[in-house]
Write a protein that binds this ligand. Structure first.
Ligand code: NAD
Ligand code: IPM
Ligand code: MN
Length: 358
């Protein structure tokens, strides 16, 4: 079969600790199901690289990466030495925008064996997707600062909602909902307070709903929607949101399932014109870096999502994906577990246990 080429980029902090465990799981599953996955590692897109070169990535990063089938990515950011907006806009956000990874797909699922911070919830009760718009919205570079350092100083940053950008994320979300048993979609909005962009967003949701009559949908303002993530997480199936709202919801959702250390994500270019990128939702966690206690499950689960996407329906890839998820569930149930979910084990111990379970 085809050899799939994957760029492995660890980045900073615990990205360097969890990526090897993700690669271990992917390689184990690939060997078991006869898939050819070839990793190529890069040390750029990191703050270490920035400190040496004055930029996050070499000038030819786009040419270098564009021929890969996927990017498997740890985390970026080391705010003690490089301001976050420099490191992130110089790497991850560039990938998302230049490779047109306009879907950020972030599952929220309560897994067995994990203590749930919400009372009386069991696996199966919390099982939904946050579909986050990933290339525009509130994350825009339109704006500026004037009269810097004076009393007249002012700062303006625009949000950008294009019809093309809004419609394509909504279409993806409605189609995802159509393929799920409950066929429900919730659109995050804030059209009561954000009076231009959000009414437009609502209008496009309504229009998209017309061509997906099998989906029962509602819209909720982001404030109460956040509250319901905590109070009634069982009512959600597919939640579609703008870039910023989706960012916030995709830390809140996983927090409701016990830890952000297990939340995976897929930054997709669904048309496959460019490589898609698979990474944990979490960041570089400077507070625990070096202790070897980061939970590797988010990274490993992201690897499963990568195989699923690469396979594009192929049965062996699906089996490899399922085997990784099953192994995660086995290890969460039996241990070892990392401290964020009540265990005492380290990153590599958990990673090896998951690989063994695969
Ligand atoms: P963070 O996600 O790195 O950490 C938040 C908290 O969650 C910390 O207490 C951390 O210890 C804990 N945590 C995160 N991942 C964990 C894991 N796998 N296991 C156990 N505990 C885990 O968020 P932050 O502190 O806001 O950001 C730190 C840096 O990471 C910043 O530079 C930020 O910009 C960057 N960041 C990068 C990404 C990314 O690369 N996708 C995402 C979020 C934040
Ligand atoms: C995420 C992160 C990034 C985002 C940051 C690090 C720029 O929080 O992937 O969720 O806001 O998209
Ligand atoms: Mn985030």
């Amino acid at each position: 079969g085809k050899t799939y080429r994957v760029a492995a980029i660890a980045g900073d902090g615990i990205g360097k600790e969890v990526l090897p465990e993700g690669m271990r799981a992917v390689e184990t599953a690939a060997a078991k199901f006869g898939l050819e996955i070839e990793f190529t590692s890069f040390d750029w897109a990191s703050c270490d690289y920035y400190l040496q070169h004055g930029q996050m990535m070499p000038d030819d990063w786009f040419e270098t990466l564009k021929g890969f089938d996927a990017i498997y990515f740890g985390a970026v950011g080391w705010p003690a030495t490089v301001p976050d907006h420099i490191s992130l806009w110089g790497s991850l956000i560039k990938f998302r925008r230049e490779f047109d990874q306009y879907v950020n797909l972030r599952p929220v699922r309560l897994l067995p064996g994990v203590p749930c911070p919400l009372a009386n919830r069991k696996p199966g009760d919390i099982d939904f997707f946050v579909v986050r718009e990933n290339t525009e919205g509130e994350y825009s570079s339109v704006g500026g600062r004037m009269f810097a350092g004076t009393e007249r100083e002012f700062v303006l940053q625009e949000a950008v909602f294009t019809r093309h950008g809004v419609d394509r994320i909504l279409k993806f979300a409605f189609e995802l909902a159509e393929g799920r048993p409950r066929r429900k979609l919730t659109a995050a909005t804030k059209s009561n307070g954000i009076s231009i962009s959000m009414p437009y967003w609502d209008e496009r949701v309504e229009e998209m709903a017309k061509s997906h009559p099998g989906v029962s949908w509602d819209r909720q303002h982001i404030d109460i929607l956040s509250a319901r993530f905590v109070m009634q997480p069982d009512r959600f199936d597919v939640v579609v949101a703008s870039n910023l709202f989706g960012d916030i919801l995709s830390d809140l959702g996983p927090a409701c399932t016990g830890t952000i250390g297990m939340a995976p994500s897929a930054n997709l270019n669904p048309e496959r014109r460019f490589p898609s990128l698979f990474e944990p939702v979490h960041g570089s966690a400077p507070d625990i870096f070096g202790k070897g206690i980061a939970n590797p499950v988010a990274m490993i689960w992201s690897g499963a999502m990568m195989l699923d996407f690469l396979g594009n329906g192929d049965a062996a890839f699906k089996a490899a994906h399922d085997a990784i998820i099953a192994a995660i569930e086995t290890v969460l149930t039996q241990g070892p577990r990392t401290p964020d979910i009540g265990g005492t084990a380290g990153t590599a111990e958990v990673g090896k246990a998951i690989a063994a379970a695969i």
